[in-house]
Ligand binder design. Structure first.
Ligand code: ZN
Length: 288
């Protein structure tokens, strides 16, 4: 199934919805008494709740998608973990090493936003803001010390993430969280797709289009470390809580490394997409 947090429906806003097709959705909380109203509650209900929702959705009243907006697909995760340098082409283009263990950092929750939203930043803070298309993985049940072989069993679903980055700050500071966590720098969505719809997370076309030009065009089969390997690695030292969002790194083609360089400009539109999940568009505004 495909879930989104939609705005513009009467009542509380945004509302957790299941998308039935390209044109219609159902409001999950209205499906039955006690039905979840948040993604975290939906995830906490596990496979049984998902099955109940799937059944109830068949006969539920439909809401037209036209005119509705998208909030973050993953709006309130207990943690947002991100992996740097997980595609060789991207680490070499940035002149950074992949080393023996993945580069892990956190993204702050203020940075989460949704499809077709506008992200604004002041020119005085950065003039080299870049895009990064990434596969987002949402954990479904507590994962502690799991093996790579069983790691995908702990995934609840997948989404699309744009790991927007102020490159000048990234290279000026010894951590990567601030440069990637400006308000609105972590668009995700439009939807989260349950794991049963993604047969192999290492076989997905992933791309970025900036102002009509394709600037990233790759496959998740180029990851240095697979989704399963990343979950296994992270779970050695932490319990990955249900709802945790893991952004799994970006392929080559970042604007910083292009000749000439391409950065997100005032009024740029950037779309990152992954086959089988969707396309996530962000509008950029730069203030003085
Ligand atoms: Zn990234």
């Amino acid at each position: 199934m495909r879930f989104a947090n939609l705005t513009g429906i009467s009542g509380a806003d945004p509302q957790l919805c299941a998308l039935i097709n390209d044109d219609t959705a159902i409001v999950v909380s209205q499906l039955f008494s006690g039905a979840p109203s948040t993604l975290n509650d939906l995830i906490a209900g596990g496979d049984d709740l998902l099955a109940r929702i799937r059944t109830a959705a068949d006969t539920a009243p439909r809401v037209p998608l036209a005119g509705l907006g998208f909030a973050a697909a993953v709006p309130a995760p207990p943690a947002v973990l991100a992996v740097g340098l997980n595609y060789a082409a991207h680490s070499s283009e940035l002149g950074l090493k992949t080393d023996t263990a993945p580069t892990v950092f956190t993204l702050w929750p203020n940075s989460l936003t949704g499809h077709q939203q506008t992200t604004t930043w002041p020119r005085r803070l950065s003039e080299s803001v870049d895009y990064e298309a990434e596969l987002g993985v949402v954990i479904g049940r507590p994962a502690h010390n799991v093996s790579a072989a069983e790691a995908l069993d702990y995934v609840w679903g997948y989404t699309v993430v744009n790991d927007i980055t102020a490159r000048d700050i990234q290279f000026a500071e010894a951590q990567w969280s601030r440069c990637k966590s400006f308000d609105g720098f972590t668009p995700n969505g439009p939807v989260i797709v349950t794991r049963d719809e993604i047969a192999d997370p290492q076989d997905l076309h992933i791309w970025t289009v900036v102002d009509g030009h394709t600037v990233q065009d790759a496959s998740t089969d180029q990851m240095v470390r697979s989704v399963a390997t990343l979950i296994a690695h992270l779970s050695q030292s932490v319990t990955l809580l249900p709802g945790t969002l893991i952004s799994t790194g970006s392929p080559g083609g970042a604007g910083y490394s292009r000749d000439p360089q391409i950065f997100l400009r005032d009024r740029s539109t950037v779309t990152v997409g992954i086959d089988g999940i969707g396309e996530l568009t962000t509008h950029c505004r730069i203030t003085d």
